[in-house]
Design a protein around this ligand. Structure first.
Ligand code: DAH
Length: 357
């Protein structure tokens, strides 16, 4: 090919051609390249025709031959690339249809326990070696168990229909507002045998209900775990030792607890317990709102009236109780900013929480 008769821009275009062609990943790209080199208007071929027309007569033959050779070469190469890509497409389609009976089958996605269930199971596992077993109570409770037996006064705001779901046809029935009524049920059941058993200790996980609007930190249904121990000569030191052990087991050996006096009608004295923020170690962060401590449960020494209500002699027996919100703790340890994620069952969230394979 006598490329020297053609201007440098055409020579360069030819030099680039093989590289451009190589880069064509599909048939559309080949068609575009073809347009640029051989199309009717504006292509290199069109420009060469113009050059041929303008060339002196004596050069026309040789120039014409060079142009034809070049165009033929481009055309052949384009065709070859086109067939190669078509063949590749056929092969891919054939491959997609064929299957290998010796390959292991694709596994269906596996389910797993919900993150809240796993946290509850962990707590149960922490208390089991201390002799605690698991008790359950009904979610549809009586006023007597949810309030009366827990020494909650008649005029306590929590008893109002603004806070508590009551059953329309059963005015003395409600959806329990905490897991504490399980204390009343278990104490009543075990009162006749408490002497033989030497006391009572149990954990009671479950759902509770309150008339709260749904927002990132509230839900009308959430989970609590109640704990109770009744024995002889039980005091605040037993409660502190037990909770300190449990919180270290939950958050790690560096965890620390802080007890603040507080009031709940069913305990005396009552307290709220904070854990040193497990995320920042007390330095202050978003999760603990700079305080370095996060409130994780309410607790106290069982009020004598609670024991009496259940038929247990409060001169002989004493105990402690505690109750914690599971979602609060789950949000904290997983740094989940929105409580609703735990109820929406978005598989992406569950997978991120390690709940799915
Ligand atoms: N029932 C309380 C609540 O829902 C939590 C609680 C506080 C439980 C003190 C207890 C306790 O057993 O001793 O807010």
């Amino acid at each position: 090919m006598n490329l020297h008769l053609l201007p440098p821009e055409i020579e360069k275009a030819h030099g680039d051609f093989a590289g451009h062609l190589e880069a064509c990943a599909d048939l559309d790209a080949v068609m575009r390249l073809k347009g640029a080199y051989l199309g009717r208007d504006g292509s290199f071929a069109a420009r060469m025709i113009d050059i041929l027309k303008a060339a002196p007569k004596e050069q026309k033959r040789e120039l014409g031959a060079a142009i034809n050779a070049l165009k033929n070469k481009w055309e052949e190469s384009l065709k070859a690339r086109q067939s190669a890509l078509e063949e590749l497409r056929r092969q891919r389609a054939a491959q997609a249809q064929s299957w290998d009976a010796t390959l292991p089958p694709p596994l269906p996605p596996r389910g797993a326990l919900h993150p809240l269930t796993r946290l509850i199971d962990r707590l149960v596992g922490i208390f089991r070696p201390l002799g605690y077993h698991v008790e359950e109570g009904p979610e549809a409770e009586t006023e007597a168990h949810n309030f009366d037996g827990l020494n909650i006064p008649e005029d306590h705001p929590a008893r109002g229909s603004a806070d508590t779901f009551y059953f329309k046809d059963h005015p003395k029935m409600l959806l329990r507002t905490h897991t504490s009524p399980v204390q009343v049920r278990v104490l009543k059941r075990l009162a006749p045998v408490i002497e033989q058993k030497g006391g009572v200790r149990f954990l009671a996980p479950g759902r509770v209900y309150r008339k709260d609007e749904i927002d990132p930190t509230h839900s009308p249904m959430f989970h609590q775990v109640e704990g109770m121990l009744v024995g002889r000569g039980i005091g605040m030191h037993h409660l502190k030792g037990t909770l300190d052990y449990a919180i270290k087991a939950l958050f790690g050996p560096d965890a620390a607890t802080r007890f603040r006096p507080s009031y709940f009608p069913f305990v005396e004295p009552g307290c709220e317990v904070d854990a040193r923020c497990p995320l920042c170690g007390g330095a202050g962060c978003r999760v603990c709102k700079g305080a370095g401590w996060v409130e994780i449960l309410g607790a106290g020494l069982v009020h004598p009236d609670v024991l009496k209500f259940a038929g247990i002699d409060s001169d002989t027996w004493s105990g402690f109780a505690f109750g914690m919100g599971i979602e609060r703790i789950a949000m904290m340890v997983s740094q989940t900013p929105d409580l609703r994620l735990f109820f929406e069952n978005d598989q992406r969230f569950l997978a991120a929480m390690g709940g799915l394979d």
